[in-house]
Design a protein around this ligand. Sequence first.
Ligand code: MOS
Length: 747
Amino acid sequence: MLKNDLHVGAPRSRVDGPAKVTGQATYAAEFTTPDLAHGYIVESAIPRGRIRSIDTRAAEAVPGVVRVFTHENRPRTAWFSFSYQDMVGPPGKPFRPLYSDEIQYSGQPIALVVAESFDVARHAASLVAVDYERTEHETDLGRARHDSYEPPKRRLGIAPPPKPRGDAAAAFGAAPVRVAGEYAIAAEFHNPMEPHATTVIRGEDGKLTVHDKTQGVQNSQAYVASVFGLSKDDVRVVAPFVGGGFGSGLRPQHQLFLAVMASLALERPVRVELTRQQMFGHVHRPETINLVSLGAGEDGKLRSIQHQAIAATSRFEDHQEVVVNWSGLLYPAEHVDLRYELAKLDIYSPGDMRAPGAPLGVFALESAMDELAVSTGIDPVELRLRNYAERDENEDKPFTSKELRECYRQGAERFGWSRRDPRPGSMREGHELIGWGMASGVWEANMMKTSARAKLTADGRLAIACATSDIGTGTYTILAQIAADSLGLPMEAVEVSLGDSTLPDSPVQGGSWTAASAGSAVSAACLSLRKELLRLAAKIDGSPLAEAGLGDVAFTQGSIRLIADPGRAVPLAQALAAGGKESLEATESAGPGLIGMMLPKSHSSYTHSAVFAEVRIDEELGVLRVTRIVSAVAAGRILNPKTARSQILGGVVWGVGMALHEEGMTDHRLGRVMNHSLAEYHVPVNADIHDIEVIFVEEEDEKTSPIGVKGLGEIGVVGTAAAIANAVHHATGKRIRNLPITIDKIL
Ligand code: MOS
């Protein structure tokens, strides 16, 4: 039997792992050059108003200070005469640093101090004196919710709620079993290990090389070119390594603007990096309120689903995400009414954070489903099986694939769900109450147009290139696996280059679409090479492959072999030589409407999960631990079980953070986030995380992407907080509808 030593599907370690753990991987704030100047941002101390005066003299007098930029002396840039929105930004007027004396949020950059060293810049920044004129502000969603509105302009790529079906209010009123509640989730901050940073290096020719902390080098490149009126050829943005993104690096952030502005004005290289504290009051997951009402029969079958969400946004942009649509998608019902509204606050615009919208809306829906299970006395898993959606009722389309039923089955079995006593407070060990809860998860499976280049050289090495980033997800590794298998080479023979705007086009890395999109592009580029190599091999005098088509051969161990007679083969190097070539190169694209893109508008594609959680709560102290989680995921083909598992583990830990820890706390008198450090803004640490088990349920999907992949970066977080909250109810009988679940809410 002829078989490649296949890499796809095998648990390969990260190819970029050694570089990362030995400090060889270089991040945006680590690139350096002689004559580098350092910028430090001065932030507004008030949330709304204007700068009456700003005195920079003391700062400028500090030895080593090069210049202090404010709205009064900043250079004119192209952006100041038009409004530019980046590829993923929402409708509105994006914030423009140093544009005017207007203050739009606390933490807004109002000056940039550039000095010979970071420490001098930081010290001088503390000497900038500002006289503000304050205007009344609002940062409290509890008040602003009363002025909520439907976003007048949709954000590109974000589906609005579906049209109402039936009469949900009337059906709710008439339903034998009814549950209704209000569920709120605090604002959360991304806090990737690598804070936002940009290092701008100028070439002799005046061209800029911009090392930016970004999830999309070409998005940053287009932004810099547009807002500074430069040619794209004059701006190269590189980010070969990204220390975590989670969505915070999707849009260009203000340090990019300030670093380029200063570099152009001073005609020298400049770096601007944000401190951890400056990362707060900046991009974040919007605080969101959900109102959910479910009406059902005694049999638990849903008749009416109503879900309204009100999410915070800034005064200047309508950030939007998909929060309520999941409630019309996960379970069928005749009467459905879903609404999504925004409320304006004097804050920086919220942004996408891991599975934007889904963990918020699904927390509300899946909590309400648990309440329905309690009300009807039906087991929570059984309730979901009775309400299993066989098609996407929002869009009235079949799914490309959906193995959620199998997620419930395998997850429940592994967790030991059948041993659950449904009575709240019935399971305990010593002074600890034990709670078992579960929830469903769902997230989009998308594919975006992406290009990749593959270049094979006579020495048997294969170079893969694509502009997409690897934000820590394992993109380098899976692309190497796909390429190695395609040409029958060892993984060590494959070199992958990413995160450079000069490489073949890619959208931002996000939306869980990169494996499907970049993976398919690499597969397509390698397929082109295979075709050409076979053509060349067939032309060799007396070639054993003279009559062979692509389906008759396998690329394995560096040769093209006849499947029917593997001894008859042509080495790749010989095929190249026959064509008189030193190397062979192909660039191909994959995506909607392109090669291999099969997802027709007639289908919907989602990933699903079933999450089971165990909590243990100290009865007297209210201390809560999540001691066990099983996450069973159906996400199409798993390219690499090792990196895939890491994605789900990370997502689950995020879910634990959402359920128990993460909470941006604003002092509404000051309009400012007060817990702006990792000491006070809590995220799960090792001691908070116990057993997490990940199951990948087999799912064949031929429609979402040519390589059968649906994507995994975000599904792990969806549903996890609901499963934990439901477990808390099972342990204590307390329904906590307000995240995070802190001790004060349990006692
Ligand atoms: Mo993701 S929130 O699209 O990085």
